[in-house]
Design a protein. Structure first.
Lengths: 59, 464
């Protein structure tokens, strides 16, 4: 999961933003806006899944 | 609208009074007063964390950020919050583990014990004090100016500020952390309700989601992508913002305290993804309000835009809810921050009885509130950018906390490293040194220095 989040962050900040890219659009929403929402939602889902596979417990 | 406002304020204050009354216990210890008995479940934990995190800055600063700088504001805050909640899964575990070994009175006190050096605690307190006081002050100033503009000639802005501070002080001094948690729960739910009602109204007035973006593309297409019309959201700015926001729970004491005082790790982890979900829910409507402002009030100043979008363009009862919601949002964040400063100060006091420590904490709360009020009368109005400065400033001491929670005997070099970076950052804010160096933002460079220094310290500890 940590590796996945690292890949997401590198690809997002490195490849997805600051290219003045508007396409593809969803309901006229520009790419950076809906993609940002999607990635945030994916991060929350990853956090949710990670809760169940977190290897440590309270001692 | 004034009748609705009076009704909603009355209900809100009754609920606050009830929270303080329910939480009051004459014979409580200072531990109970400050940590609510260290037994907070997932739901209350999530609501108090969310209320402390999403403040007047979210309610007022974010719509203005979307209006002026466009869609990239989502990456600035919401995406960064997504990274933060994921990181908190691990950080909370390590923090709680160390807190059980050393005992937790506050992050400054814990760091002092971990390093065996009282100056480590003073450094933590100093960074919190220097960057939280202006942040609290700007929020009180922002909401007070907004309320003064909403009710011209009724109460001056300083009157609203004093009222807010006095209410905050009374119920936190009576009820302690437990009252703050209950009131946070009320305020978080109120914030969510109000911001969605206003966001939905703004979205419908701009013709729905699809039409909103068509209109933005006509008026100012630069709003649809980074770096935005004024070029603020560069990749460096967004990465630096993400790092500073991810480190908020590490270095801002109101959040470290909330992570420790929850009853178990499972509750903390539930709280993490709930806060992430809440972030999406709260920030999305601020985008709708901001885009509405970009279409209808592109050249208005911040105060005029917010007064129109949140009040004058809404139905009276919605506008009244907005006033109370804003008041509540400001109250929950500012009391969390001021209470945390009091807690941190207490954690640095090693002598005296429990009662004397509690007395000192209560006096400190009053003094910090007074300082905040004085500051709020002389601050600038850049709410969102000052929030970012606050996040970045406190993040400079993150290596000190990481050293404390990861190592049995952390290297004191981490203290010197953080101290130097903190003062370099403060010097840049005072324009004593440039904030850009050969094309790189200073905060990014400082993060690189802190990271390299931390790795070097790690290998030094491993080899010795």
């Amino acid at each position: 999961m940590v590796f996945l989040v690292l890949v997401i962050s590198v690809s997002y900040y490195g490849l997805s933003i600051n290219h003045q890219r508007l396409q593809p659009e969803i309901l006229n929403m520009p790419f950076e806006f809906w993609y940002g929402i999607l990635i945030t939602a994916i991060l929350v889902v990853i956090t949710f899944i990670s809760k169940f596979i977190f290897p440590f417990k309270d001692e | 609208m004034q009748v609705w406002t009076s009704i909603f304020f009355l209900i809100f204050f009754l609920l606050l009074g009830l929270a303080a009354y329910k939480s009051y216990n004459k014979n409580r210890s200072s531990q109970e007063f400050i940590f609510a008995g260290l037994n907070i479940g997932a739901v209350l934990g999530f609501l108090t964390f969310a209320a402390a995190l999403f403040s007047a800055f979210t309610f007022m600063g974010m719509p203005d950020f979307f209006r002026n700088h466009g869609a990239g504001a989502w990456t600035f805050l919401a995406l960064s919050d997504g990274f933060m909640v994921f990181f908190m899964l691990w950080f909370a575990y390590r923090l709680r583990k160390k807190a059980k070994v050393l005992g937790y009175q506050g992050i400054a006190g814990m760091v002092s014990k971990a390093y065996g050096n009282k100056w480590a605690g003073y450094l933590m307190f100093f960074s919190a004090f220097v960057f939280l006081i202006p942040y609290v002050s700007i929020q009180i100033r922002g909401i007070s100016i907004f309320l003064e503009a909403s009710y011209p000639g009724v109460i001056p802005f300083w009157g609203w500020a004093v009222g807010l501070a006095v209410i905050m002080l009374i119920y936190s001094e009576i009820g302690g952390m437990k009252a703050i948690i209950y009131s946070d729960a009320i305020q978080a739910l109120l914030l969510l309700l109000v911001i969605w009602i206003i966001g939905a109204v703004c979205l419908s007035k701009t013709g729905g989601l699809s039409n909103t973006f068509l209109k933005l593309a006509d008026i100012k297409p630069e709003l649809l992508h980074t770096p935005g019309p004024s070029g603020l959201f560069t990749t460096q700015f967004l990465i630096a913002s993400a790092i500073s926001i991810v480190l908020i729970p590490v270095t801002q004491p109101q959040f470290t305290t909330r992570l420790v005082m929850m009853k178990d790790l499972s509750s903390v982890h539930k709280m993490c993804y709930a806060v992430g979900f809440f972030a999406i829910l709260v920030i999305l409507p601020t985008a709708f309000i901001g885009f509405y402002g970009a279409i209808n009030y592109p050249d208005a100043n911040t105060s005029d835009f917010l007064t129109n979008a949140l009040l004058h363009d809404q139905l009276p009862f919605v506008a009244a809810l907005a006033v109370v919601g804003l008041f509540a949002a400001c109250l929950s964040t500012t009391n969390a921050q001021i209470f945390a400063l009091g807690t941190e100060l207490r954690s640095l006091i090693n002598s005296g009885t429990d009662q004397s420590k509690m007395r000192i904490t209560k006096i400190a709360l009053a003094v910090f509130t007074l300082i905040v009020l004085i500051f709020s009368s002389v601050m600038s109005n850049e709410l969102a950018l000052l929030a970012k400065v606050s996040f970045t400033g406190t993040s400079m001491v993150a290596p000190v906390v990481f050293g404390a929670i990861l190592y049995e005997k952390p290297s004191k070099n981490l203290l010197y490293l953080s101290l130097v970076c903190l003062f370099v950052f403060i010097a840049s804010l005072l324009n004593l040194i440039p904030s850009m160096i050969v094309g790189w933002r200073l905060d990014i460079l400082l993060y690189v220095v802190l990271a390299v220094g931390f790795v070097a310290s790690h290998f030094h500890i491993k080899n010795s």
